[in-house]
Design a protein around this ligand. Structure first.
Ligand code: GLA
Length: 393
């Protein structure tokens, strides 16, 4: 599937503003009777389980629900290891769904090229021309994004059914065997992902993988966040801070040039809190290449105890902090969203109505000797963790 960059229009911007003020909260959703007695708009709920009960590739799919003691809920399906919805309290304590999702698996399948909420693998983001060389041998993988491979290939981890084990009310384990040469990648890769919802309102995603042949691995989650509530309007007034002094500029097909450029003095500088919209229309070649932000940030030296990004929803007061062990962060502002899909609650997935923060190794690393390596060898364990933590400002 090829992404095409859609130019923002004034109409869209106005429509977004109207939507934002008119629909601060998505319509109530199906499966619970939770209501908020202090406000007129109902609290958000997760979609009904029925839309997720299917058989795909001969395997059963389901909606799994994690819930912590604060009433925070995460809905995850084993189809694509996908985060379907995430209910967190806003500044008034009202549960708000901060992740764009659909009322059933078909919605996710129809919007497959957008990777809503999905687990991404075997290689997150792009590999130039669908080719890389490992141990002197060239591998060709399926090209699904113009000349390049994006997010795994034709049928990435997002479109496969995972085996699921709900360990307890806050923990879900998903496993998947990506067979030798699946999509063209060498080695049988055994992958385990654990979603854990803590009582500190953190969604922790732990990734583990082992291989029986040298291969490349880059796993991430592709949730689209709108901290004012999915379907509540554009992301442009969200306040963003990213702890990165550098980023990897791209060519017109969004493949890194190989350079690491400083963000200072460019629209890419989020070292101090700035709204998404403040510079997104600037006359800057990189902004133009991405149709907005669609770039990998080279995170400053950090460990998992320190947030590498913080975002605040201007209307809801919901704050999201991102913690990761990964060296990079793909900050994507929904530039390819085109309003073609109806999301949970009935709104369309309009242009720039959500953003993604995909923790990762840098795009096209298998072809970029200067970037941190994504090679996994037999005997080694790929192990990494990302946390999305929610509070109110
Ligand atoms: C990533 C890519 C974007 C786009 C989205 C999915 O964020 O970098 O260019 O393809 O996935 O639409």
């Amino acid at each position: 599937m090829q992404n095409t960059i859609k130019k923002p229009t004034l109409t869209l911007a106005i429509a977004g503003t109207i939507l934002m003020s008119a629909c601060n909260q998505t319509a109530p959703k199906s499966n619970t009777s939770m209501t908020d007695s202090t406000t007129t708009t109902a609290a958000a709920t997760l979609p009904a389980a029925a839309g997720f009960e299917k058989t795909i590739d001969g395997k059963p799919t389901k909606l799994y629900i994690l819930k912590n003691k604060n009433g925070v809920e995460a809905g995850i399906t084993n189809y694509g290891g996908t985060l379907v919805g995430l209910l967190v309290p806003d500044k008034d304590g009202k549960l708000t769904d901060v992740v764009v999702g659909f009322d059933g698996i078909e919605g996710f399948q129809k919007a497959a090229g957008s990777y809503y909420g999905a687990t991404i693998g075997r290689y997150g983001n792009r590999i130039a021309k669908g080719k890389f060389t490992l141990d002197g041998k060239q591998y060709s993988i399926f090209t699904n994004n113009g000349a390049n491979t994006l997010h795994g290939g034709k049928k990435g981890f997002d479109a496969n059914v995972w085996d699921a084990k709900q360990v307890d009310s806050t923990t879900l384990e998903l496993t998947y065997l990506s067979k030798d040469m699946e999509e063209g990648y060498p080695g049988n890769l055994n992958v385990k992902i654990t979603y854990k919802l803590t009582d500190d309102n953190e969604l922790k995603i732990s990734y583990e993988a082992t291989t029986d042949k040298n291969t490349v691995v880059n796993l991430t989650n592709h949730s689209y966040f709108n901290l004012n509530g999915a379907g509540s309007g554009t992301n442009l007034e969200h306040l963003v801070q990213i702890d990165a002094d550098g980023y990897t500029p791209v060519d017109t097909t969004l493949i890194p040039t190989g350079k690491i450029e400083p963000v200072k003095g460019t629209p890419f500088d989020f070292t101090t809190p700035t709204t998404i919209g403040a510079r997104i229309e600037e006359d800057n070649a990189q902004i133009k290449a991405g149709g907005g932000y669609d770039h990998n940030y080279v995170l400053n030296k950090h460990d998992i105890s320190k947030p590498i990004a913080t975002v605040i929803g201007d209307k809801s007061g919901i704050k999201m902090e991102v913690f990761t062990e990964e060296p990079g962060l793909q900050f994507y502002t929904g530039n390819f969203m085109q309003g073609k899909n109806t999301i949970l609650g009935g709104k369309k997935d309009d242009h720039r109505t959500a953003f993604a923060m995909e923790t990762q190794h840098y795009p096209d690393s298998p072809n970029q000797p200067n970037f941190p390596s994504t090679v996994l060898k037999p005997g080694a364990v790929y192990k990494t963790q990302t946390i999305y933590k929610f509070s109110v400002k």
